[in-house]
Design a protein around this ligand. Sequence first.
Ligand code: HEM
Length: 505
Amino acid sequence: MDLLLLEKILLSLFFSILLAIFISKLRGKRFKLPPGPLPVPVFGNWLQVGDDLNHRNLTDLAKKFGDIFLLRMGQRNLVVVSSPELAKEVLHTQGVEFGSRTRNVVFDIFTGKGQDMVFTVYGEHWRKMRRIMTVPFFTNKVVQQYRYGWEDEIGKVVEDVKRNPEASTSGIVLRKRLQLMMYNNMYRIMFDRRFESEDDPLFVQLKMLNGERSRLAQSFEYNYGDFIPILRPLLRGYLKICKEVKDTRLKLFKDYFLEERKKLASTKRSDNNALKCAIDHILDAQQKGEINEDNVLYIVENINVAAIETTLWSIEWGIAELVNHPEIQRKLRDELDTVLGPGNPITEPDTHKLPYLQAVIKETLRLRMAIPLLVPHMNLNDAKLGGYDIPAESKILVNAWWLANNPAHWKNPEEFRPERFLEEESKVEANGNDFRYLPFGVGRRSCPGIILALPILGITLGRLVQNFELLPPPGQSKLDTSEKGGQFSLHILKHSTIVAKPRVF
Ligand code: HEM
């Protein structure tokens, strides 16, 4: 260790201790902070609670400290909210105060310090980005324009699976083919492009880079350097890898997609009737000077992460639950056969006529929430919440998974039972009309992609159940549904092998 580094560490240590003393003074005097474990200087509560702040560990802490509690993670304040009333306060009543986002050292790299939309603070830039993205991505017109593409993509999945002899015998990792489908669903909207096969080199590279981006950002591995600035020099190697992945990824978006589209647009200038894809609208906004090229690239980055993975994880969870609950799978198939007629492929308009399918989707999103803590919120200024003072720039996590899985509010929440959404919870929708159930959040920073995600989930799960009997692989009675949580994500730990036996009509 060189002397300069040692000096830096000692100086930071000194300032961190000063800060800890300052915080403890705040706690004791002017500020009435939410309850929580007693922090120690420099480390705060980090040594007590550890790195893995997943929804289940935060639920255990809520049982101990209450519906609002504060963790001092080194220099960061983390406030966790676990009741529908407080969720309403954060997301709705005080939606402006708590409408910003925190980032950390890694998200700073991947979002160019908030030049994107998902991770930027609440303000002019966010408003502009959300407005610019709405017409090309988040309207019913987009659904009506692209639903044929999505129906075509799941049709191709069904054909490929039927052609694969392994699918009906030893089983296949169905997720791999569905991943290609999800990329195609979104790349058709974004760039009017699709990838022909899982071996397409561009798809392989894209998948690898997006996977790395996700793994690096969601890992708990770098917490220590984010929480405790004196340890940050030790993160140098990690952050260097993040930067390389980010640069390569944005360059790939630029060279292979943006530039291609620009070229195509310049040769087709006269053909005004050609349907615009999303990126054409975004490039128009750039040409008008509303956003710059970096913003365009970060929009592509956001869609790659926010849209593709979340929807794919939810599809994967839905399939796993249907395999592990054959009686529910059968009931869903009966509904599809009865309402649509056996062998008539489900389309987007049909999804509205299938209440049991809707209930299966809602139940999947309840029990297996892809973003169980929502995307972290933040208050830019000092604020009040639940009678407590919340220091400016606190990270606010809404434990949406616990809101939807708390036995105080739900009947046997640990059970996968779609019927609940047709019986005692029949009025609850995924759009946030009930603060116990927020798989897409609610309010200003809620997920605008819900309008695309729900029909894609319906068409995909519907077609699979119509065409196949989905089973665990030979010798296994159930699929392993262990979870893998991240900074705020939740997906299945092991991508399951699934037997897909074609139905004969
Ligand atoms: C099943 C699939 C999906 C789930 C479960 C999901 C869930 C979420 C959640 C929980 C949030 C954060 C809400 C908050 O912080 O209050 C969010 C934000 C967001 N989602 Fe989704 N999402 C899904 C699909 C999509 C799709 C398909 C798109 C785009 C096409 C999308 C785009 C976004 C964007 C842009 C934001 C950030 C909004 C903002 O900060 O203003 N999501 N999503």
